[in-house]
Design a protein around this ligand. Structure first.
Ligand SMILES: *Cc1c(COP(=O)(O)O)cnc(C)c1O
Length: 385
């Protein structure tokens, strides 16, 4: 608890983007250039992303949500189709399935990884199933070998919601460099940002061309003055201002990921040093090679804790530290209840949704900040220790 007689430390957010001066100057140049919406910066950003993903076709969009919606359209998913996904994610993950007229089929999480439990996926496959849409929660990758084997066996498409796993790897290969459709978000909370935006990694140029049509009103331009509209597209294009921010972030990816892993290690060391006080606290999987550590999340022990999660969050806030909830279980939202889901459908996701707590983790944080967070949390959870 802060001592009111001492100067208090600055408020610690749970995340914040790191944007360097070179990028800020670059954005000013774009603003002065006379071309601020989709143009050369978007093309350059797509080229750099494609290079990162081993040459696979990449297109950028104005949000990660729009990116996933376009992936579903490219996969031909619509009314009458089912898509298997996790109930523990940002609600965008399943909203996009509803948006294209299909039905999400939730499968409970593995309480250890907090990701879709692939063990349970096979039993959820029906003749209407068209795709599996997994999420790498907090950056911890879903087992890609198993996922792609399942998809192959049942001839399903895979739309990886990799919004949180830019920079993560699976068995030494970059997430996005292999697989079917892979969707990323560049929201400011994600490991790299372009303010708002996202990108989709696809399989071939035919998909990339169709993605461009879905991205901007279905328009195809030819020659000097030719314009045709072949399919119904929307308004999902990224601005050059945003693309310039993204271009300035990419060179820092390795350093950001390394820093996040270092801070995650520090969290484990701090918690280990206070084992007695936090025995019942559930820590994330200690993966320092594959995860990009998008978030550091603990699960509070609701069985033994006298406080509610809201109490813990309020006490942390009073100590000058922000925490977050990522996420409440999706099927418990009113919209989803109206569609037929109810409490008890996915017990592991519900437990995690009630008790997960996201602690601060971002590249500009220090080792001392980690000590401060753990000291405050332990004092709140076990005040007598
Ligand atoms: C952030 C996020 C999205 C959506 O991305 P936006 O860019 O905010 O639209 C989708 N799924 C997951 C898991 C996310 O974390």
């Amino acid at each position: 608890m802060p001592n009111p007689t001492q100067p208090t430390e600055p408020f610690l957010p749970f995340t914040r983007p790191t944007i360097d001066d070179e990028t800020i100057a670059g954005v000013c140049e774009v603003l002065r250039s006379g071309w601020i919406t989709s143009g050369p910066q978007v093309k350059a950003f797509e080229a750099k992303l494609s290079e990162y993903f081993g040459g696979r076709p990449v297109r950028v969009f104005n949000s990660g949500t729009g990116t996933m919606e376009i992936a579903l359209r490219l996969a031909g998913i619509g009314p009458g189709h089912e898509v298997i996904t996790t109930p523990l994610s940002w609600v965008a993950t399943s909203n996009v399935i509803l948006e294209v007229g299909a039905r999400p089929v939730f499968v409970d999480i593995d309480p250890i990884t907090r990701n879709l439990d692939l063990d349970r996926v096979e039993a959820a496959i029906t003749p209407a199933t068209r795709a599996i849409l997994p999420v790498d929660l907090a950056g911890l990758p879903v087992d890609r070998d198993w996922l792609n084997a399942l998809a192959h066996k049942y001839r399903l498409r895979v739309i990886e919601d990799a919004a949180q796993s830019f920079g993560s790897t699976w068995r030494g290969r970059r997430i996005g460099a292999f697989g079917d459709f892979v969707s990323f978000s560049f929201h400011p909370n994600k490991n790299i940002t372009c303010i708002e935006g996202g990108c989709l990694v696809m399989n071939d140029e035919r998909e990339a061309k169709l993605a461009e049509q879905y991205r901007l009103q279905g328009v195809v331009r030819t020659g000097q003055d030719g314009m045709e509209v072949e399919v119904l597209g929307g308004k999902f294009n990224l601005t050059d201002v945003a693309a310039r921010v993204g271009l300035g972030q990419l060179p820092h990816l390795a350093e950001f990921t390394e820093k996040r892993r270092e801070l995650a290690r520090a969290y484990f060391a701090e918690f280990a040093a206070r084992a007695a006080a936090v025995l019942a606290l559930r820590l994330p999987v200690a993966d320092f090679t594959q995860s990009n550590w998008h978030m550091f999340q603990v699960v509070l022990p609701e069985e033994t804790l006298a406080l509610t999660r809201a109490d813990v969050m309020a006490a942390m806030h009073a100590a000058g530290i922000a925490t977050g909830v990522h996420y409440p279980a999706i099927h418990r939202f009113a919209l989803y209840r109206r569609l037929g889901w109810k409490d008890g459908d996915f017990p592991h996701a519900e437990y995690a949704g009630r008790n997960l707590l996201t602690l601060p983790l971002f590249p500009a944080m220090t080792r001392a900040d980690v000590t401060r967070v753990v000291t405050a949390l332990v004092a709140i959870l076990a005040p007598k220790v």
